[in-house]
Design a protein around this ligand. Sequence first.
Ligand code: GP9
Ligand code: MN
Length: 418
Amino acid sequence: DGSELVEVNNYIRANQADPSKETFGAAEGRNLIVVSLESMQTFPINNKVNGQTITPFMNELTKDKDTIYFPNFYHQTGLGKTSDSEFLFENSLYPLSGGAVFFTHSGNTFNSLSERLGDKGYHTTVQHPNAKSFWNRDMMYESLKVDEFLDVDSFEIGEGDAVNWGMKDIPFMEQSVEHMAEMPQPFYSRLITLTNHHPFFLDEEDQFIEEYDSVSGTVNRYFQTVRYMDESIETLFDELKAKGLYENSVIVMYGDHYGISENHNEAMQQFLGKEITPYETAQLQRVPLFVHIPGYGEGHVNEEVGGQIDLRPTVLHLLGIKTTKDMQFGGDLFSEEHEEFVIFRDGRFITDNNVYAGNVCYDRATGEESDPAECEPYIDQAMTELDYSESIINGDLLRFYSEEEGQLQPNNQMLEIE
Ligand code: GP9
Ligand code: MN
C-alpha cells in the first residue's frame, strides 16, 4: 500500500550518493543528446575481427580528452528490451520481472528525467524512425512528459535509406541533427538507433568490414552492423559540428541490451577463445557507456562498476541538477560515494569484487569461484531492491510523492482508501 513508500524512501535516502564536486554541473545549461546504441555490447570495442577494427570511432572516444568511457557498465533490461533501457534511463527504476513496463504501466505517474529537465526549461524530445506505437512509446512518453516524439513520420526515408527494421542509422543521424537545429535550446534529444538489430542485415554498400566466420550467421553479421553503427556515430558528431550544436552539448551514449544471446555461445566461444561459463555470460552483459563533454579536457577510462540504473542521477548531476529528493535506485557514477553494485533484473549481480551468476559467487577479476560468503549479504539486498522498485510501479506509488517537498503528499488518498 501507500505506506510502503515510506520504507522505500528510507532505503533510498540511506543509499544515496552525493554528487562529486568536480563533475556536478560540468555540463550545466548545455543541450543533452543521448544515443541509445541498439544491441551494442562492450566486447567489440578495442577488438578486431579478421584483423579488422570493428569500432574505429568509438575506440578513439575511449582515449579522447573530452570523453569518459565506462568499460564496466552493464545493461539491466528484462523482457522489455529497448523500452526497458529507456525506462531505466528516464526513471532510475528497475523494469518489471515479467512483461514490459512500457505496456503494463504506461498510465502511471513518474518523475522522469524528461520531466525534471522540462521543469528546468529544457525542450524534451525522443527521435526514433519507427511506428510511434511500437513498445507503446506514444502512450508511455506522455507519462514520461516527453514534449515531442519524432517518430517515423518525421523522417524522409528515401530509396536505399532503409534496411532490416527500418531507416538506416546514418541518414537517421543526419536528419535527427537537422531536427535538433530547429529545436528551442536547451534541448534534450534522445536518439534510438535501429540498424544494429537482430537479424543484423545490411546492404552490400554499408558493409565496411568482412563478416566473421563461425557457425552463427547472427554473430558473423553482428560485427558488420556494429561497424556500421560506429560510422553512424561519427556522422552524428560531424553533423553536430557542422550545425554549430556540438560545443554547447553533452553527448551520452550507451548500449541498450545484449545483441548476441546465449543461443550463440558456440560462435562466441570461438571469437573470445574461452569457455562461456555463467560468469562469462554475466560479463557479456556489459554495454558501453560514453559521456562526451566537448571542451572538458579530463577524459579518461573510468573503471567504476555501474549499470543503466545509474544514468539518470549521473546525467542530472552533470547538468547541475540535484536529485536529493528523487525516488531513484541508481547513483551518480562520478560520485565518490557511488556503490559498485549492479543488480540484473533476474537477480544476478556484480560488485567491485564479485560476479554472482548461476547461484555461484565468482571473483570478478579472475572468473574463479570465490567464497560464497563474499556474495551472501548482497543476495537479499538485490531482492529487496528489486521488490521495492516493483512495488513503486505496481502500486503507482509516485502519485503520492512530491519530489519538490521531498515527502508524501498530505492528502494521500490511497492510504485513506486502504
Ligand atoms: C524498436 C526498437 C527495437 O523500435 O527500439 O526494439 P528491441 O527489439 O531492441 O526491444
Ligand atoms: Mn534494442
